[in-house]
Ligand binder design. Structure first.
Ligand SMILES: [Fe+2]
Length: 361
């Protein structure tokens, strides 16, 4: 008998240019229900910028500025959780991430670890969280990761790169304001937007696909194609708006479908070399014609149109054991392989084949 999962989604969302201005009103309502402070996790790129002045701080609210040099780590989640618990006698009324996938994943993870003791690495996996987290909000300032809507907070731990995945991980509130993406440099815009394109391609091409996931995936794919193939440049006035919605729909397509080969490889690459998710996906997808055929051709066209030169040969000087480590991290993501290759995926891929794939990057 098929086991149907009872998924939950974001409770509230606001969309539109200038919608960030609603944040103050939204959290004041929360403050009435839970009279406490709010913690903001904000990309340090906004320090001293106009956005900082627009954050509606009040009472004991405070901002933790975070860099984006590293992908989110379990050790950093533990450190920040401890900092909040040590400095205050009560739990915050909410944790709000403002930035890209890194800030949003930190916000979602810390909202959970504030109410679930122990090192966060013990929660990497499906449904390992016991208690509901504190209220959380995600406010993307770059479009494509789908982190704002996904039920996972992806973290790199000592052993593996894997999400804390459960119903409680889903943010309570999201604000999708395309104006916040305005200052993002073109290559970063491209790599992060491609995360959304690849989510759609992977969701639409695997064994777990279904009508529900397809509906979101198809629209997301169409919007990414519009932005990256039909617009004359990446700063087209509608690009941010479309990418923000494509990211949201791409994230939803994964809720009832799955990511596949590209994400499995990209996690392996990120775990060993620390390569950021968007660019890691692009580096891997570039070599996946055997799995994603015409979509890889379309991706090459997008690279060309936007003058993106992907890094080449990033694994060529790595010792064999590093390739094996990458292969092991990727191979362990069985849910992705099962979706991409079917129930008998272990007959179709092995560690040696994965090492060979990594060696080509
Ligand atoms: Fe992704």
């Amino acid at each position: 008998m098929t086991a149907f999962r009872n998924f939950c989604s974001v409770n509230n969302f606001v969309f539109g240019k200038g919608s960030f201005n609603e944040l103050g009103t939204i959290i004041e309502k929360r403050r009435v229900e839970t009279p406490s402070f709010f913690v903001y996790l904000v990309d340090e790129v906004f320090k001293g910028k106009v956005l900082e002045q627009r954050i509606p701080l009040s009472g004991d609210d405070f901002i933790i500025w975070l860099g984006t040099q590293d992908e989110p780590k379990t050790s950093k989640v533990d450190e920040l959780t401890q900092q909040i618990l040590n400095d205050y006698e009560e739990l915050p009324a909410g944790v709000i991430g403002i930035g890209g996938g890194i800030m949003m994943d930190y916000a979602k993870a810390i909202s959970l670890t504030l109410t679930n003791p122990g090192p966060s690495e013990t929660y990497q996996g499906l449904d390992l969280i016991k208690n509901k987290g504190v209220w959380s909000a995600c406010i993307p300032t770059i479009a494509g990761t789908g982190a704002e809507v996904s039920m996972t907070a992806v973290l790199s731990g000592p052993e593996k790169k894997l999400g804390i995945k459960c119903d409680y991980t889903v943010a309570n509130q999201i604000i999708l304001d395309p104006e916040l993406c305005e200052g993002v440099p073109a290559p970063q815009r491209f790599y992060t937007g491609m995360d959304s394109y690849i989510h759609a391609v992977e969701a639409l091409t695997g064994h777990c696909r279904n009508t529900f996931g397809d509906a979101y995936g198809e629209k997301s794919l169409e919007m990414c194609q519009d932005v990256f193939l039909n617009y004359e440049n990446i700063y087209h006035p509608e690009a941010d708006e479309k990418l923000m919605v494509a990211s949201y729909l791409g994230g939803l397509s994964l809720t009832y479908s799955q990511v596949g080969v590209c994400h499995a490889l990209s996690y392996g690459l990120a775990h060993v070399l620390g390569t950021h998710h968007g660019i890691a996906n692009c580096i891997c997808f570039n070599h996946l014609e055997d799995f994603y055929g015409e979509y890889v051709g379309e991706f090459h066209k997008m690279l060309e149109l936007h003058n993106i030169e992907l890094p080449q040969g990033i694994t060529k000087d790595l010792p064999r054991e590093k390739l094996t480590e990458m292969a092991n991290v990727a191979y362990a993501l069985d849910h992705m392989w099962l979706h991409a290759l079917g129930d008998d995926w272990q007959q179709k891929i092995d560690i040696e084949m994965l090492e060979a794939l990594f060696a080509r990057l």
